[in-house]
Structures are given as structure tokens and as C-alpha cells.
Design a protein around this ligand. Structure first.
Ligand SMILES: NC(=O)c1ccc[n+]([C@@H]2O[C@H](COP(=O)([O-])OP(=O)(O)OC[C@H]3O[C@@H](n4cnc5c(N)ncnc54)[C@H](OP(=O)(O)O)[C@@H]3O)[C@@H](O)[C@H]2O)c1
Length: 281
């Protein structure tokens, strides 16, 4: 079994994930796994990094919504390395404003990928985290608490003793509201992406608390980041930031910062998530 350090990025074949893989290959002293749900796209991204930048990430297939794929990946990492030092949960989806799918379908799918997919990867890989490991959950400015209109729902998301079980129930309640066409009436607002990312930020808070309480001496950190508005397929290339700029906050959280359970923006500043108003920057 190899003793080298190990970093894993989900959704690494394009966009910000690709930028994060690139940055890790440049700066991290260890093996960097570029994972992607589609093997062809993943291998093409690895070839591109090799050819254009002389970097050598390693490709592994990983679909965050597929339990078999996640289990296979976990077994591979366990057998090959026995542990993991950096996990960047970057993979996500966002329906376009013009998408024809009804809100009910968009809500179910967005929560399934962005929230439950991220949770599935964490559940599988957290037992492999080594001492001093860093986990980064890529959230969004849309993942700030204040983006939920209802004060009562905000209170539930930000409850200090919120559990994963309760958070799962909360997002399921949102999916139900979407099925009934009542998200606005019930106080969730009209964006499925917002709810999925607020849930990812809330999950980050719970995960850090769990590590702090259960294994305080192991110095494991979990932070969420807002990468900025980035020029990727997700934004239809309208974002002004490059993918390298979009990768900055994730690389900062994984390689430079000594922060725990924080919500970090693209300029690497910590933003208070537990407030009911928009951040000033
Ligand atoms: N771009 C922005 O301005 C912005 C702003 C705030 C937050 N973010 C967040 O930043 C992260 C990256 O966004 P991006 O702009 O780079 O998006 P992107 O260009 O659409 O890339 C998304 C990546 O996630 C992958 N993915 C989707 N579903 C997956 C699944 N089930 N399993 C594994 N991988 C999956 C995609 O793979 P395929 O190629 O196979 O589809 C792709 O590699 C996301 O978490 C996003 O919410 C982005």
C-alpha cells in the first residue's frame, strides 16, 4: 500500500473542478484523483492536463449519485492508499432558467445530486480520512442562509444541534413542497439550486461539529466555499472569473487555511453564514 498523500476532486472533468485538480497538481505533494461520472470525459481531461500543463492527475470513475460507483471508488482508495487527505466535493448540477422540466422534477433532481450525492460521497469516504484531513464542500453564494425567505425554515437550517437526519427530512420537505407547487407559499422561495446549496452549507456545519465532538484530536476540517461567478458551462459562460480564479477558495481551504466549519468566499474571506442578511462583499 502506498504511503503518499491523496487528494480527490469530484466532477473534475470540466469547469471549477478541473481548475481545482490543476491547482492541486501544481501545489499538492501527493497523488491527485480527477474523478468524473463519465469515463471518456474524465480521461480526456487528464490527457489535456498532461499535454497542456505537464501535470499528472489520475483518473477514476465516480458518479456521486450512484452507490455502486461510490462504493467501488471507496474500495479502490482503501486498498490502494488506506486513507485520504483532501476531499473536494465539487460535483453539482444547476438547471438553466429556460429548462423545460417542471419545478417538481428540478427540485428532486437538484437535491438528489447536489445534496444527497455530496452526502453519499462523504458517508463513504469520511471513514478513510487521515489525521489533519481537509474536506471542502463547494457551495455557492446561493448557499447562504439568507437566501431562504422563511425565517422559520432559516431557523431550522441553522439550528446549532441540527443532525444529518433532520437535514435530510428538511430537504425532503422542500421536494414535497415542489411536488405540490407550494415552494413560494411555504417559504422556500423559487430556486431549487438555492435550497440544495443552503443544505450543503448546513451539512458542512454539522460535519465539522461531528468531527470536533467525536475525534477532536484528529484535526479534521470541513469548510464550504463560494467559488465566485465563474466562466463555466453551468453559468453558460457568463461568469467573469476564470476556472483558476474559481478554484482559488477551494485550494485555499484545502492547502492554506487553518479554518474549521467556515463559509469561505472566492476572495478567500470568511463570510458569516449564520445571518439573515446578504454578505457585504
Ligand atoms: N460556475 C459558477 O459561477 C459557480 C458559482 C457558485 C457555485 N458553483 C459550484 O461550483 C461547482 C462546479 O461548478 P461548475 O460551474 O464548474 O459546473 P460545471 O461546469 O457544470 O461542472 C460540473 C461538474 O460536476 C459534474 N457532475 C454533475 N453531476 C455529477 C454526478 N452525478 N457525479 C459526478 N460528477 C457530476 C459534471 O460532470 P459532467 O461533465 O459529466 O456533467 C462536471 O464535471 C458546483 O458545485 C457549482 O454548484 C459554481
Amino acid at each position: 500500500m502506498s504511503t503518499q498523500k491523496v487528494a480527490v476532486v469530484t466532477g473534475g472533468n470540466k469547469g471549477i473542478g478541473y481548475g481545482i485538480v490543476k491547482g492541486l497538481c501544481e501545489r499538492f505533494d501527493g497523488v491527485v484523483y480527477l474523478t468524473a461520472r463519465d469515463s471518456e470525459r474524465g480521461k480526456a481531461a487528464v490527457s489535456k492536463l498532461e499535454k497542456e500543463h505537464n501535470l499528472k492527475p489520475v483518473f477514476r470513475q465516480l458518479d456521486i449519485t450512484d452507490q455502486n460507483s461510490v462504493d467501488n471508488f471507496k474500495e479502490f482508495i482503501k486498498k490502494e492508499h488506506g486513507g485520504l487527505d483532501i476531499l473536494i466535493n465539487n460535483a453539482a448540477i444547476a438547471f438553466k432558467v429556460s429548462a423545460p422540466e417542471p419545478m417538481s422534477v428540478q427540485a428532486k433532481e437538484t437535491i438528489r445530486v447536489n445534496y444527497f450525492g455530496t452526502l453519499r460521497v462523504c458517508d463513504a469516504l469520511f471513514p478513510l480520512l487521515r489525521n489533519n484531513a481537509k474536506v471542502v464542500n463547494v457551495s455557492s453564494s446561493a448557499g447562504h442562509l439568507y437566501r431562504i425567505p422563511s425565517e422559520e425554515i432559516r431557523r431550522e437550517f441553522s439550528k446549532k444541534d441540527l443532525t444529518v437526519f433532520e437535514l435530510n427530512k428538511l430537504v425532503e420537505k422542500f421536494v414535497k413542497a415542489a411536488e405540490n407547487g407550494k415552494t413560494v407559499e411555504d417559504g422556500w422561495g423559487s430556486s431549487t439550486y438555492v435550497v440544495s446549496k443552503v443544505a450543503v452549507s448546513a451539512l458542512t456545519n454539522i460535519q465539522q461539529k461531528m468531527f470536533d465532538e467525536e475525534v477532536p484530536n484528529r484535526n479534521i476540517s470541513v469548510n464550504s466555499v463560494h467559488p465566485g461567478y465563474v466562466n463555466t458551462d453551468m453559468t453558460s459562460h457568463k461568469g467573469p472569473l476564470s476556472i483558476e480564479e474559481g478554484a482559488k477558495s477551494s485550494l485555499f481551504a484545502a492547502l492554506d487555511a487553518n479554518l474549521k466549519g467556515k463559509y469561505i468566499w472566492y476572495d478567500c474571506k470568511v463570510v458569516d453564514w449564520f445571518t439573515n442578511s446578504a454578505p457585504s462583499n
